[in-house]
Design a protein around this ligand. Structure first.
Ligand SMILES: [Zn+2]
Length: 378
């Protein structure tokens, strides 16, 4: 099914106008893909804007209070039938425009690009520090303790910088597969303080940026990056015991799965089994996480990776790979486990409780990324 994305252009700055926050405007910039591969989009203007061909620099005026269809074309991008080469930049005729897309308001430069795999990519170009204002309240609640928000700011800044790569069409996506960014919607003064007071600080190990992963709750021990994704492990991502997140409501979970659903998961591995007789953890990593499960069936036993099972049954339900108990019940199995998320890097719930107990953000970061130095990117 093809869908039309509505892109609404509107004036959002107050008359006294303070659109660019001075503190965040300087420093590195980042390109965030806020939509990928849209077959077409509908652009509605509230005042006049320019669509600028970035190759030639030529600008085409789009009139105020009008609707334009934008779609990829053989030559690049077609805006209301006018052929432009890809990419194009949307510019306010008066320099004050901000763009609303899918309910979120974006303050950076918006660039439309014909995607390599077809469709249109919408990419926001903005200062890294300003991007972090939009990440923090999406990845951690803006009313959490300030020191936890500061730890998150340093982790998110480091993670984002690791992906800045001019050779690609954009640096980072805006969803849970990387870190969630939803424009300027939820920014408040505490978020800005957390970003501004840690400005430029990143985590480095042996002079290289750490891929500063983070997750909701580790359940008592963070995971090694190797056991989570098979990546080469460095000391800051080796996994640490974590006594801090124990009071969290996400510390324990239970999940029921029917034998019929498990059978389908086993059959998806190519098995011809028609019955699940039992399930058990097949392999654990050093933090106690289940790497894989083994299913006894009416045919040969089948091993399925835990990450595949989580993907299949949902990461909101099958919350982590840290599974403690498997009980056969009511035509299926009840799994009990601890934590929420992949478990690598900083445990956000643990960071929250550390901050509530008076621990400064540097101490929080040193606990979750042992051996990493907190240094200035500049
Ligand atoms: Zn934890």
């Amino acid at each position: 099914m093809t869908s039309l994305l509505a892109l609404l252009l509107l004036l959002s700055c107050p008359p006294a106008g303070r659109c660019a926050d001075g503190a965040a405007a300087a420093g590195p910039r980042i390109r965030v893909a806020i939509s990928r591969g849209a077959p077409s989009l509908r652009l509605r203007t509230s005042s006049s804007i320019y669509a600028q061909d970035m190759k030639s620099g030529q600008k085409y005026l789009l009139l105020e209070k009008a609707s334009y269809e934008v779609r990829p074309s053989a030559g690049g991008i077609s805006v209301a039938g006018q052929e432009l080469s890809s990419p194009i930049k949307l510019l306010a005729a008066d320099g004050q425009e901000r763009i609303r897309l899918g309910g979120n308001l974006y303050k950076g430069d918006i660039v439309l690009r014909a995607a390599a795999g077809g469709g249109l990519d919408i990419i926001e170009h903005l200062p890294l520090e300003e991007y972090l204002y939009g990440v923090l309240p999406s990845e951690m609640s803006a009313d959490w303790p300030l020191e936890a928000l500061k730890a998150q700011a340093v982790a998110s800044r480091t993670y984002a910088m690791k992906y800045i790569n001019p050779a690609r069409d954009y640096d980072i996506t805006n969803g849970v597969e990387m870190q969630v960014y939803s424009g300027t919607n939820k920014i408040n003064s505490r978020v800005m303080e957390a970003v501004n007071s840690t400005r430029g600080e990143v985590l480095k190990y042996r002079n290289r940026l750490v891929t500063a992963f983070f997750h909701a709750c580790c359940g008592g021990h963070t995971a090694s990056v190797r056991s989570a994704w098979g990546e080469d492990v460095i000391k800051p991502l080796y996994g640490v015991p974590d006594p801090f997140c124990k009071p969290s409501r996400h510390y324990r979970w239970e999940f029921y799965v029917s034998s019929a659903d498990l059978l389908r998961a086993v059959q998806a591995q190519g098995s011809t089994a028609l019955k699940i007789k039992n399930m058990k953890i097949h392999k654990k990593d050093r933090s106690g996480r289940a790497v894989s499960f083994q299913f006894a069936t009416d045919k040969v036993p089948v091993v399925v990776k835990t990450t595949d099972l989580r993907k299949r049954f949902g990461t909101f339900e099958f919350r982590s790979t840290l599974v403690g108990r498997i009980s056969p019940v009511r035509g299926g199995y009840e799994l009990a486990g601890r934590g929420w998320g992949h478990g690598v890097g900083m445990c956000q719930e643990g960071a929250k409780y550390m901050a509530m107990n008076g621990k400064p953000y540097r101490k929080i970061l040193r606990h979750y990324y042992p051996g990493a130095a907190i240094v200035d990117y500049e």
